[in-house]
Design a protein around this ligand. Structure first.
Ligand code: PEP
Ligand code: MG
Length: 756
């Protein structure tokens, strides 16, 4: 008995592992049905998945039924036995399926020979995803063990299916829809061109040569050639006003090109071990990648791999050239080295799709800065998409392959709608954020992430509500000096001369790491991050505060804000360091300097209970809603598995926003919101309705939110806010704001879901 139980568990575990580690979704479900059939020794095993609108199920993988019917055979919910399992969301176990009243004969599926049927629903977080079925030729009822096996397996693979199903959603439009992890830019529609370097870092063989001098010469020539090309690419970026991109680009590869020890190491491998240049590069790079991986520095390891790949491809003359690209295309690549992005002719490449995960590498920053619609970490098969029509939806991190004409039309319409809306927003971008009933709302900028190269940015905003200083730190190779930081901060304060500029002290840890200050946390979100790091290393924050104070010396528009505060002591310590810094600067300069306003971010929920005490220590509060919601619901902000739980429209979140607004009014401290919710159309409506008057957001959201503010009536919205606080489901709350948006003719902007 125990033995059987063990076999049961072992095969269950091994099926789950194989499904989870499959290289694509199609492979995962094929493995699932094959392994399940073998484990249960049945004649047929199939999986049906439900479409987005939850109206029908489609056969997606089978062993036993006709393979031709995969992707074709469909049953409505409630139709046939599979439809019955879906409708009832219950197991159906039948010895003689064809005699059941719900049995539906589907021609061409090849089901005729099977009599017994066992179907279980596949459900993840309450959502039906599909139906898993086993069938036998003989007439017999499946036993308890088989039922238990299927139910357990279905529960265990449900989250994998849910996650990856969106990489190939069972679409209502008959095209393949893949979900990526990160997107940027808007929408592009064009033909996909897959770029595959014939020789890659991974595939290059280790080869030897006796011509050591020649190999070394070849290597140095390539380095020189690459240096020249990179200088040209960086210049090109600078000329097209993409300075941040240029600096990210240069800092990632420039340092490697300048790293003489890399060249020495490669020479050493050529001369001592007799490797050809490309092999020597691979050997040295592999060593460095391993070192970086050991330190947990994945960005560095990506950069080294990219850099080595480029060198290798140059050595074997296999890099893409301009002539390879003939018309506007969407470039699809396995991995996207920065150099490829930077060198691609902008007029020819209208979108990017990258299979590998590069979310935190410079590539994503660069793609975002260049404003090209891009989707990263998409689990698609490169061979399948080459030459196909492809839609890159950067806003929703989605890629659609081979869309039928009605889908293309829908997206074209979206593009034109966006363009039309963009014109509306543009027309009012210099106006003030004043509601129809005359209430002034501050619309501020979140800076640091994007490259805002609009000269008159300060004219369009009410200052900077959040400057993420860590982004500039992330682009450095080591801790920036006071002087370097002084330069950054002064430029920003001068650019927004007569407006407040709220600089957040270094917020590292969590999902933001510094290569030169690695933090090895088991649970980074709850670990050593934000102000905790700075208090542990007071010299870091003191240098930063001094640089900020000095930059502000003649300007006076600086505000300083602390991230991830969870205790009063933290604020007291930083205030002491701030006062010391002010004192030291004043002694040095021999005169008094302007004191910045000082604020605390509300990101950790416990702050709600110490606001009175905090109010005595600070001048203002700002809600970092991304972290606040993450900690409020204990749901990782970047984990798609819990994205439904991370919901700012959940009644608990709405009531929390209201509580904080009331509490800050009571302690007489202004309160802003600078998380993503402030820049989303419906989020902005919700915050306004709860009494918020300062919203800070990314550049791309400013004009749209301003337009919304200028077309609502605050008194009316406040009434809506009161109703929202009485509702008990996120859907009801969203519907309420949507209803209001409809009333004031903002429905299209709110409901243009793809851009929310
Ligand atoms: C936030 O948490 O909402 C916030 C603004 O900070 P970040 O997204 O940089 O953590
Ligand atoms: Mg935060």
């Amino acid at each position: 008995m125990e033995d059987k139980q063990n076999t049961f568990l072992v095969s269950l575990r091994s099926i789950v592992q194989d499904v989870q580690s499959a290289s694509s979704f199609d492979k995962a479900i094929s493995i699932l049905v094959e392994r399940l059939r073998d484990a249960t020794k049945v004649d047929c095993c199939s999986i049906y998945l439900i479409n987005n609108r939850k109206t029908y199920l489609r056969l997606e993988a089978t062993v036993g039924l006709q393979r031709d019917s995969v992707g074709k055979a469909t049953l409505a919910v409630g139709e046939g036995l599979v439809g019955l399992v879906a409708q009832k969301q219950e197991i159906v176990n039948l010895a003689d399926a064809p005699s059941h009243p719900n049995f539906k004969y589907l021609p061409d599926v090849g089901e005729d020979e099977f009599l017994s049927f066992l179907g279980v629903p596949v459900i993840n977080q309450g959502e039906l995803l599909g139906v898993l079925v086993i069938q036998c030729k003989e007439k017999r009822l499946f036993g308890e063990r088989e039922e238990a096996f299927l139910i357990t397996l279905s529960a265990q693979i449900a989250s994998t299916i849910s996650l990856n199903r969106s990489t190939k959603e069972i679409d209502d439009f008959n095209c393949k829809r893949y979900k990526g992890k990160t997107g940027s830019g808007s929408i592009a529609i064009a033909q996909a061109v897959v770029w595959k370097p014939p020789v890659t870092f991974d595939t290059i063989h280790i080869m030897y040569s006796d011509d050591k001098e020649i190999q070394s010469e070849l290597f140095h020539q390539t380095i020189f050639q690459l240096q020249t090309e990179m200088d040209r690419a960086a210049l090109h970026l600078q000329e097209s006003s993409h300075e941040a991109a240029a600096s990210g680009y240069m800092s990632s590869y420039g340092s490697m090109l300048d790293d003489l020890s890399f060249e020495d190491d490669v020479d050493e491998e050529i001369f001592s071990n007799g490797y050809v240049a490309a092999s020597a590069i691979k050997v040295v790079a592999t060593r460095r990648i391993e070192e970086a991986d050991k330190r947990g520095d994945t960005d560095k390891s990506h950069d080294i791999r990219d850099f080595a790949s480029i060198l290798i491809s140059r050595l074997v003359h296999l890099s893409p050239t301009e002539s390879d690209i003939t018309s506007p295309i969407v470039l699809v690549v396995k991995s996207m080295p920065v150099a490829i992005v930077a060198e691609i002719p902008r007029d020819k490449v209208v979108g990017f799709v990258c299979v590998d995960n590069a979310t935190s590498s410079h590539t994503t920053i660069l793609a975002r800065d260049l404003g090209i619609p891009a989707v990263i970490d998409v689990n698609l098969d490169l061979n399948e998409v080459d030459g196909r029509t492809i839609i890159v939806d950067g806003q929703n991190a989605e890629v659609l392959v081979d869309p039928i004409s009605s889908v293309v039309d829908e997206y074209m319409q979206l593009i034109s709608q966006t363009r039309h809306q963009h014109e509306l927003f543009e027309a009012e971008k210099y106006e003030k954020g004043i509601t129809l009933d005359g209430e002034r709302i501050n619309i501020q900028l979140n800076a640091g992430l994007n490259n805002q190269d609009d000269d008159d940015l300060s004219e369009q905003t009410d200052g900077i509500g959040l400057y993420r200083t860590e982004i500039a730190f992330m682009l450095c190779q080591n801790l920036p000096s006071e002087e370097t930081q002084l330069g950054w901060y002064k430029t920003l304060l001068e650019r927004f001369k007569d407006k407040p500029v709220c600089m957040r002290t270094l917020d590292i840890g969590g999902d933001k790491g510094l290569t030169y200050l690695p933090i090895d946390d088991q649970n980074p979100a709850l670990g050593f991050r934000g102000i905790r790091v700075c208090i542990d290393q007071p010299n870091i924050i003191k240098t930063q505060l001094k640089a900020m104070l000095l930059a502000n010396k003649d300007l006076g528009n600086l505000e300083i804000m602390l991230p991830m505060v969870s205790r009063l002591e933290e604020v007291i310590i930083v205030k002491r360091i701030l006062n010391e810094s002010i004192h030291e600067i004043e002694v040095d300069l021999g005169c008094a300097i302007k004191k910045p306003r000082f604020g605390v971010m509300i990101e950790v929920p416990c702050i709600a209970f110490i606001m009175e005490e905090l109010a005595k220590l600070c001048d203002f509060f700002s809600i970092g809603s991304n972290d606040l919601i993450q900690y409020l619901f204990a749901a990782d902000r970047s984990n798609p598995k819990v994205s439904k739980i991370f919901d700012p429209f959940n009644p608990a979140a709405v009531r929390c926003f209201k509580y904080l607004a009331d509490k800050s009014a009571q302690v007489e401290r202004p309160l802003a919101v600078c998380g993503e919710i402030a820049g989303s159309p419906m989020g902005a409506l919700m915050l306004l309705s709860l009494g918020y008057k300062t919203l800070s957001m990314n550049y791309s959201q400013i004009a749209r939110v301003k337009y919304i503010v200028r077309h609502v009536n605050l008194e009316e919205l406040k009434e809506i806010g009161k109703i929202a606080l009485t509702l008990d489901s996120p859907d009801q709350i969203r519907a309420l704001y949507r209803e209001y948006a409809k009333k004031v003719d903002l429905e299209k902007i709110i409901d243009l879901k793809k851009f929310n």
